[in-house]
Design a protein around this ligand. Structure first.
Ligand code: ADP
Ligand code: MG
Length: 675
């Protein structure tokens, strides 16, 4: 059989796939045979790690090793039910399958198996529904678990992967020397071992090879970007006196803010364009730094643009920059997608002819029709919400403008240096003076009446509150749950207060109106979903109640809490949950104990494990399939050195030995440009 290039072969040609499954695989981002082979497991069931029936914990997933003692007669109906009783010397467990006669038939009375599933039932008898199982003597120790989609089970994905690995040959992208130097296993072998490890050692070997490759390519890509940038010539500026800005502010900037502004100004006077990350916890005052940098560009006769991920944020930045800079003669305009076509056209006209000095807006800024006359500085706020591609698109609006990225995601510095390999970093490690740390409490639902009275008391003194509504329950829309909540509030002591509603499904103009009214103090209590999570700044709001707090991640809670504690009045954040789980308790305790974003991020990692925290969405880097930037820190370090060395010897990757690396890096970053 002729072996075709798996990357150029549609998944539909893999044995066992077919039209219908190909469509489902596409939903998982799998389009080719190659995609299937690199669809790495998201975890493994370790069939070695067994517990006894008696020790199996309710509601936990575990592996129970037990013997089939009886198969009950099946029930055939609309849903067919197959039950069996299994037992070890500590107790019995009832196993149930729904509609899957096949699994049931594989069980033989008297034989021993390892069953994996979630434990249900009661004290008298444990139960497990639809377990995954292998014969106890099976050599299959680690079984891959994949992210699934409706209609594709583990078994289906696993067998499709197996067929793809057998049908195609997978070319080694790394040179033999490179593999030897870094003690890496071959690509094809690693694919087999990552999907079907025969031992823990095989898994480790494959995981290291594939992680190494991925992080290495990431470093190569980032470093190449940085090198390319160094060869660019910037819109070079000259030193100017910006003290007028300092004295026009209603507050004294912190030392950290001043330092960050100076760093930006120095960069912008450089020959190559600035590429700087401004990192600061919620409330550290990043906007004032951005405004300072914009003012510097203005004094140099250059335009600036500030892009925010949501319209609410863009509108807020527009207001802030206006209040800081308009008195100094700077002209600022807002450009967002929800404006009328006529408005947008008019504003774009004034951006293009240079009347506008600072254009604040959303993604509308990166559309083709936006042109600048002399763009010198590009700033993106909450930059992790944008992909590398969107950032790049904005930069292309000028001739290699200076760029500043702002982020509240706390990343340990060493890690930040590595993943933002192409950026310089300024950190705001100092909070504005006079801030009182938000007092935080964890309570259960029985406190509601008291909480509402608490809000009322503050409202009577002229202060405002947020209530962050329960997250969307399954089947209930975000809107319904927030609306329902407001109806309920009308039966409480808050019924006479002006209450506002904000949720993601509202029209932009409605959202803007609500935010404007809240900022102006026309609304006393804002019931909101997590749309207020990023960036919103209303210093007069001093109470935040977060319902169903167990549903939020620690970092998300921290971001939400950052909406209060922005003024001089003592603020309070109350986390409401009826959950009794240890995990929730630990998280609430962390929130109560500290308001330090870095500490919370570390705690989050400890409690939750790395996983999503440094996931793609957090930093706008290309999606990583297997590496975990935090957990694989040692490999990250190793690849950093390897990348440096390789690029030193062969900066353009022209050596035939490096052609595989070149192609793969381009592929990795090309995909992220589309995100
Ligand atoms: P973030 O870093 O979360 O984006 P913001 O830029 O929204 O923070 O600033 C938070 C609040 O602190 C705003 O109301 C801002 O006006 C205020 N602020 C910023 N810098 C200072 C300062 N040096 N002193 C007092 N208040 C400040
Ligand atoms: Mg902000």
């Amino acid at each position: 059989m002729i072996k075709k290039d798996p990357a150029l072969t549609d998944a539909v040609y893999v044995k066992g796939v077919g039209e219908k499954r190909a469509k489902l695989l596409a939903k998982l981002g799998i389009h080719t045979a190659y995609d299937l082979a690199v669809y790495y497991p998201r975890g493994y069931i370790d069939f070695n790690n067994t517990v006894t029936v008696a020790d199996a914990e309710q509601d936990e997933y575990c592996v129970v090793k037990a013997r089939v003692v009886q198969k009950l007669s099946p029930y055939y109906g609309k849903i067919s039910i197959f039950k069996a009783i299994v037992s070890d010397n500590t107790g019995d467990m009832l196993i149930t399958f729904f509609n899957t006669a096949y699994s049931f038939q594989r069980l033989t009375v008297g034989e021993e198996y390892c069953f994996y599933g979630k434990i249900g039932g009661n004290f008298i008898r444990r139960e497990m529904n639809s377990p995954i199982f292998v014969p106890a003597k099976s050599s299959h120790i680690l079984m891959a678990r994949y992210s699934l989609t409706q209609g594709l089970s583990h078994n289906i994905i696993s067998s499709c992967v197996k067929n793809a690995l057998e049908q195609f040959s997978f070319t080694e992208p790394l040179s033999e020397n490179f593999l030897a130097e870094h003690r890496l296993a071959g690509f094809a072998d690693s694919l087999r071992m990552i999907h079907f490890p025969k031992s823990k050692e095989e898994y480790d070997t494959a995981k290291r090879r594939l992680t190494f490759e991925e992080l290495f390519l990431l470093q190569i890509g980032l470093k190449s970007m940085r090198n390319r940038r160094r060869t660019l010539t910037s819109a070079q500026m000259v030193q100017k006196d910006i003290s007028a800005y300092y004295s026009s502010l209603p507050f004294e900037l912190t030392g950290a803010q001043k330092r960050a502004i100076s760093e930006c100004c120095a960069d912008m006077c450089g020959v190559s364009p600035m590429s700087r990350l401004l990192q600061g916890d919620v409330g550290s005052g990043k906007t004032a730094v951005a405004a300072g940098a914009c003012y510097f560009a203005y004094l140099n006769g250059m335009q600036s643009t500030l892009m925010a991920p949501t319209e609410i944020l863009a509108a807020q930045h527009y207001q802030t920059l206006k209040s800081f800079l308009e008195p100094l003669g700077v002209k600022i305009e807002l450009l967002t997608g929800s404006m009328s076509a006529a408005e947008k056209k008019e504003i774009r006209g004034r951006i293009a002819d240079g009347t506008v000095d600072i254009a604040v807006g959303t993604q509308a800024l990166i559309q083709k029709s936006t042109r600048f006359s002399s763009l010198g500085l590009v700033i993106t706020d909450e930059q992790h919400r944008f992909g590398v591609g969107q950032r790049a698109a904005l930069s292309q609006k000028g001739k290699d403008p200076h760029t500043l990225f702002m982020s509240a995601t706390p990343i340990p510095r060493t890690l930040g240096m590595m993943i933002y390999g192409d950026l310089d970093i300024s950190i705001l490690d100092e909070m504005p003076k006079g801030r009182l740390p938000v007092k935080t409490y964890g309570v259960d639902g029985s406190f509601h009446e008291r909480l509402y009275r608490f809000i009322l008391k503050y409202a009577q003194r002229g202060f405002q509150s947020y209530i962050v509504c329960p997250l969307v329950e399954e089947g209930i829309s975000e809107k319904a749950s927030a609306v329902h909540y407001i109806d309920m509030l009308k039966t409480t002591c808050l019924k006479n207060l002006p209450i506002g509603l904000l949720h993601g499904k509202m029209r932009q103009s409605e959202k803007d109106e609500v935010m404007r009214a809240f900022k102006n103090g026309e609304i006393a209590v804002l019931v909101s979903t997590t749309v207020i999570e990023v960036g919103v700044d209303v210093p007069n709001a001093v109470v935040m109640i977060i319902e169903n707090a167990e549903q939020f991640g620690l970092s998300q809670l921290h971001q939400l809490r950052g909406r209060v504690g922005r003024g001089k009045e003592q603020s309070h954040c109350i986390l409401v949950t009826d959950s009794k789980s240890e995990f929730t308790k630990a998280r609430i305790d962390t929130m109560v104990r500290t308001t330090d974003g870095f500490e919370i991020a570390n705690e989050d990692l400890k409690l939750r494990g790395p996983g999503d925290y440094f996931g793609n969405r957090q930093h706008g880097l290309p999606a990583l399939k297997i590496a975990d930037l935090y957990a694989d820190l040692d490999i990250l370090e190793e690849t950093k050195n390897a990348a440096q060395k390789l690029l030193k010897d062969d900066p353009m990757l022209n050596d035939p030995d490096n052609s595989g690396i070149k192609a793969m890096t381009e592929k990795m970053f090309e995909n992220s440009m589309r995100s």
